[in-house]
Design a protein around this ligand. Structure first.
Ligand code: FUB
Length: 447
């Protein structure tokens, strides 16, 4: 008899769940997500992340990673994300230990009309409950329903599976276990076609994990998180062969400024732009095993090397002017502007922006004013003193779009003010505190 979790899983996979408009980082704000494996399937980007949850007594190990299932998310524009719901659970994989809470970083790939999802977890009866292995689940659609195989892949021990299919049709599986490993996959995508090799050419010292390989202009780029010092940074190595030997080529992203110990990457090209997906501890700054996925643009130098990606809060999406513009996910700001959680007990509610002094400013790029005729600025704010806020185009001295007065008071107020000039189709907005002190803004919008 199938249990309720099975039916929920099937329902979630088939129906999909409501889309969320999140044009900035982190991409998902109502649950923790990590280890994003992004793929372009058709005209959408699908992201297969790990799903961090909080361990509770009897469910997982407090203070450690705790993951019991996977969700998949998709978007056609990198702004509106759909959560397709739970696609695989530790309780529905025949060979998996159903209480190990170890559904770590997955990957998914398309071949011959089927989607193959690769995931690591701990097998039933493995010694002392330790020892990761890697399994596969298949589906006809990228969002499932996924059917797990009866057994894990023979000959693979480790975590962080990644699959690459070369132009000649040969598929390769990469994974990690302290070092990085690679093997050919059979045409059925379910069995190894060669003995695993250890990719020993990478830096010898410090943990390496999360391999992710892609090809561009005949160069095979092997990217991976590496503990070069105290915490992980993203590096890459290159080769003219998917099995190596690889040559260390540089750092993709430095260690997290907030101190998140892990990072984990995938790289895709979508509509002529390259993107890096990675994670940080945005929604859980005091516990870095509850992580959140992010996306930023990635660029190549003319010699094929990768420019280091500087992590942003603004991310890559375009924000519609008529939606709530979360200016706390800013493009730039001066040092007197502070970003804090609206409520530290409810971090999924998001952040607020505090303009501490007269003259404080913040910039938010890529706001889309096309389509509707927008006539009014709306601001959700409170203020320690009577204050005036201006919204200008491009810079603190740019054309004035709107000006709004805020009365003193700690309750959130919806301020409305007519636009002083017509907005262009897309604009970079600069919000400036022209008079007053201690103004908090939750969001701004145009109606
Ligand atoms: O999410 C659990 C583990 O943390 C992943 O498998 C590693 O890559 C690291 O991100």
């Amino acid at each position: 008899m199938k249990n309720i979790k099975y039916w929920l899983l099937l329902f979630g996979s088939v129906m999909g769940f409501a889309g969320k408009s999140v044009a900035q980082n982190p991409l998902i704000r109502d649950q923790f997500t990590a280890d994003p494996s992004a793929r372009v399937f058709g005209d959408r980007v699908y992201v297969y992340p790990s799903h961090d949850i909080k361990a509770t007594p009897g469910h997982g190990r407090p203070g450690w990673f705790c993951m019991e299932d996977y969700h998949v998310f998709s978007s056609a524009n990198l702004t509106d994300w759909t959560d397709h719901g739970m696609i695989i659970s530790q309780t529905t994989v025949p060979w998996a230990e159903p209480t190990s809470y170890s559904m770590w970083a997955p990957d998914c790939i398309f071949r011959n009309g089927k989607y193959y999802m690769y995931f690591p977890t701990i097998a039933k009866g493995s010694e002392n409950g330790h020892g990761f292995t890697i399994g596969v689940a298949t589906a006809d659609k990228p969002y499932g329903p996924f059917t797990p195989q009866q057994e894990p892949i023979k000959g693979v021990h480790g975590i962080d599976p990644n699959v690459f299919i070369d132009k000649d049709g040969q598929a390769y599986l990469y994974w990690a276990q302290g070092n990085l490993y690679a093997a050919k996959l059979k045409e059925n995508m379910l069995e190894l076609a060669s003995e695993p090799v250890t990719l020993t050419e990478m830096p010898a010292k410090g943990l390496k994990e999360g391999p992710y390989l892609f090809e561009r202009k005949g160069v095979y780029y092997l990217t991976y998180p590496h503990v070069a010092d105290k915490i992980e940074r993203l590096e890459y190595a290159i080769s003219n062969n998917p099995m190596g030997p690889f040559k260390f080529a540089g750092v993709l992203m430095d260690e997290s400024a907030s101190g998140c110990w892990t990072n984990h990457q995938s790289i895709i090209q979508f509509k002529n732009q390259w993107y890096l997906f990675y994670h940080n501890d945005d929604l859980s700054p005091n516990f870095d095993k509850n992580r959140s996925i992010r996306c930023d643009s990635l660029f190549f130098n003319t010699d094929g090397t990768i420019k280091k990606v500087i992590p942003t809060l603004r991310g890559v999406g375009i924000t519609k002017a008529s939606e709530k513009i979360q200016i706390d996910r800013y493009s730039d700001k001066d040092s007197t502007v502070k970003i804090t959680f609206l409520d530290t007990a409810k971090r999924f509610d998001g952040w607020k922006t505090t303009f501490t002094n007269t003259g404080s400013w913040i910039r938010y790029n890529r706001v889309d004013f096309s389509g509707k005729k927008l006539k009014e600025l709306q601001i959700m704010a409170n203020a320690a003193s009577r204050a005036n806020i201006e919204v200008r185009l491009g810079s603190v001295n740019g054309r004035l779009l709107a000006s709004a007065n805020i009365t003193k008071g700690s309750d959130w107020q919806l301020i409305q003010s007519s636009l002083a000039s017509l907005p262009p189709k897309t604009a970079d907005l600069v919000i400036i505190l022209k008079s007053g002190t201690g103004v908090n803004i939750d969001w701004i919008s145009f109606k």
